[in-house]
Design a binder for this molecule. Structure first.
Ligand code: NAD
Length: 251
């Protein structure tokens, strides 16, 4: 089967699809023939992603979605399923961060990060799973991080939320395996995206010194893992946290 047909007739929902890893994943699903629901709080970025998909001959729909709102996520899942006749794949990827030592982190910043990164992934799965059961199964990939595995100074909220995403992923995987829904997570290392672009050079150098491939990852390299996890080739894989980290966690 040509690569452009592997997801033909299927529908994917990607959050944080207006930028970085989510945009690359939305483009990758579309390149495989899926219709894509592009979800983001950034309307301009989301519409740009839709335009890129359409320019390449694919089908996509932007749905303004704050993943920290259950109402917004339920509406997005309904809109995408209605527009394209179901939901088969989801990449729950929207994320944010806040930098401060734990003893100095504002409660509001902790809550904001956890609401997007962790509650957001729960809310997405909460509404995607019933939609996938209606089409007799599907595949979900949640974006976690290398910081789902270790601590990271100044990143308490982010690290806590990403550890939580790994736990949510494994739990849903066990719950729905028998009903044909696979749930995995992808754990990126340091990837060149707008999120990391503002990092100070010394901080980037320190992280890259621990990323054995010696370079940042590209969003497309993470997207390749996401679409592989959603494809039939990964039929045995559920409940896994797959590292796309250039070897970061290997030492
Ligand atoms: P990015 O900033 O380029 O993209 C994040 C997107 O999420 C943006 O378009 C943003 O508008 C959207 N978003 C933020 N809050 C949202 C909300 N409440 N609802 C909907 N959308 C929202 O960043 P990225 O690097 O592509 O990050 C994507 C994911 O990958 C995040 O979960 C991030 O934590 C994770 N990650 C990134 C790296 C990296 O090195 N870039 C490493 C590990 C994990």
């Amino acid at each position: 089967m040509p690569a452009s047909e592997r997801f033909e007739g299927r529908v994917a929902m990607v959050t944080g699809a207006g930028s970085g890893i989510g945009r690359a994943s939305a483009l990758a699903f579309a390149a495989g023939g899926a219709a894509v629901g592009v979800c983001d709080i950034d309307t301009e970025g989301g519409k740009e992603t839709v335009a890129l998909i359409e320019e390449a001959g694919g089908a996509a729909l932007f749905v303004h979605t704050d993943v920290a709102s259950g109402d917004a996520v339920r509406t997005a899942v309904d809109a995408i399923s209605t527009a394209y006749g179901g939901l088969h794949f989801a990449h729950n990827n929207a994320g944010t961060y806040s930098m401060a030592l734990t003893g100095e982190l504002a409660e509001a910043d902790f809550t904001r990060v956890v609401n997007v990164n962790l509650l957001g992934v729960f809310l997405c799965m909460r509404y995607q799973i019933p939609a996938m059961l209606e089409v007799s199964g599907g595949a979900i990939v949640n974006t976690t991080s290398i910081w789902a595995h270790t601590g990271m100074p100044t990143q308490a909220a982010y690290v806590a939320s990403k550890h939580g995403v790994a736990g949510l992923t494994k739990t849903a995987a066990v719950e729905y395996a028998a009903q044909g829904i696979r749930v995995n997570a992808v754990s990126p290392g340091y990837i060149d995206t707008p999120m990391t672009a503002a990092n100070p050079p010394d901080a980037v150098a320190a992280v890259l010194a621990r990323q054995p491939i010696g370079r940042p990852g590209r969003p497309e390299e993470v997207a390749a893992a996401v679409t592989w996890l959603c494809g039939d080739e990964a039929s045995l894989i559920t409940g896994s946290v797959v590292n796309a980290d250039g070897g970061y966690l290997a030492w």
